[in-house]
Design a protein around this ligand. Structure first.
Ligand SMILES: Nc1ncnc2c1ncn2[C@@H]1O[C@H](COP(=O)(O)OP(=O)(O)OP(=O)(O)O)[C@@H](O)[C@H]1O
Length: 337
């Protein structure tokens, strides 16, 4: 649906050159939710803005629905942009227009017939749950409601792709969850492909199918959310996951535990969480496992359980027990000093 091939973007500010994107390639498949995550300044906004040419790449190709957008004339580009809706962190609503007008006015400007404008505006306000607030003005709405209006406005153009530029970044956690649920519904029920950028791991975990991790203008890692989340390959990705993870123990506790045994982080994905591996360690290997910390993360379609386990016993037996864990359907990472 969206293909970015070797995309680079350099900004010139006075005598300085800022390389915001360096040879970025990625592909967003039709029907999926694809997320790009990275810390501030990584190049995420520049990247997403290259899809609908709010920003023009310095080099590389951008292909949307089979069309090379960099080669389109103005009319064809305008037609293509109709297939691409966009929502922003700051909502970009018309403050002097009410909810209904915020959705209807852009359709009017596009020359959509009157009856159709009414039908679409009502339909999409209903989908985002704001039918009863259509006469309210933006100043009378909460942040979450404003984002719902922005989503309805984008959907009213009946796009095939929705670009989301940090749409939940200004919202509190509960409102964020509600907006993420709405995006899932838009993806599932309307079949709209979603390409989003975020600095929040939670957004990726909750709704994305695949993810790309950006650092200093480059994509350093990409894959399914389950793979990238459970087996991060790059230091940057690990840093991101551990920064957000509640799964950390103080250094002093860690060094005490390492004096009396070995420490392993176990990750259980889906079905593997049902096997009683810790009981097997105690029974068959004569090793005493103690759970130091643990938790479950809910990814879009999968739950991932994590345990930090201390293993105490005869050194050789603990070694064999760790080999046994590696043979199970469980990801094992030993924690060392
Ligand atoms: N119009 C511009 N002119 C000059 N430099 C720019 C412009 N837009 C972005 N940049 C620079 O490009 C780099 C990437 O910025 P970008 O906004 O894409 O990153 P980001 O990952 O979206 O970060 P943030 O979440 O803070 O917006 C930064 O160094 C930024 O200062």
């Amino acid at each position: 649906m969206i293909k970015l091939q070797h995309v680079s973007k350099t900004f010139r500010v006075g005598k300085n050159r800022i390389e915001a994107l360096k040879d970025v390639s990625l592909e967003v498949h039709k029907g999926e939710i694809f997320g790009v995550i990275g810390f501030s300044g990584a190049g995420k906004s520049t990247l997403i803005r290259c899809v609908n040419l709010l920003e023009r790449p310095t080099s590389g190709q951008v292909v949307v629905d089979g069309e090379n957008v960099l080669q389109l004339n103005k009319t064809r580009l305008r037609l293509l942009r109709r297939k691409i809706g966009m929502i922003f962190q700051g909502y970009n609503l018309l403050e002097t227009a009410n909810v209904y007008e915020n959705v209807a006015t852009p359709l009017k400007l596009e020359g959509v017939p009157k009856e159709e404008i009414k039908a679409r505006t009502e339909k999409y306000l209903e989908i985002v749950g704001l039918s009863d607030r259509k006469n309210a003005f933006p100043s009378q709405l909460s942040g979450g409601q404003k984002q719902r209006v922005a989503i309805a406005r984008a959907l009213a153009h009946e796009p095939e792709v929705l670009l989301s530029d940090e749409a939940t970044s200004a919202l509190d956690p509960n409102t964020t969850d509600a907006i993420l649920e709405l995006l899932l519904k838009v993806n599932k029920e309307l079949g709209i492909t979603i390409f989003l950028i975020t600095h929040e791991l939670n957004v990726i975990q909750r709704i994305c199918d695949r993810v790309a991790v950006m650092e200093n203008g480059r994509v350093v890692e990409q894959g399914t959310v389950v793979d990238v989340f459970t087996q991060p390959q790059q230091p940057m990705t690990r840093r991101f996951i551990s920064t957000e993870s509640k799964f950390q123990i103080p250094e002093t506790v860690k060094s005490d535990l390492l004096k009396s045994g070995r420490l392993v982080k176990l990750t259980f994905i889906g079905e593997s969480s049902k096997d009683p591996v810790l009981a097997t360690l105690a029974k068959q290997y004569d090793v005493l496992p103690s759970i130091i910390a643990g938790g479950i993360d809910q990814l879009k379609d999968q739950s991932v359980g994590r345990l930090l386990v201390h293993l105490k016993g005869d050194e050789a037996k603990v070694g064999t027990a760790i080999d046994f864990l590696h043979d199970q359907d469980v990801l094992v990472e030993e924690v060392k000093n």
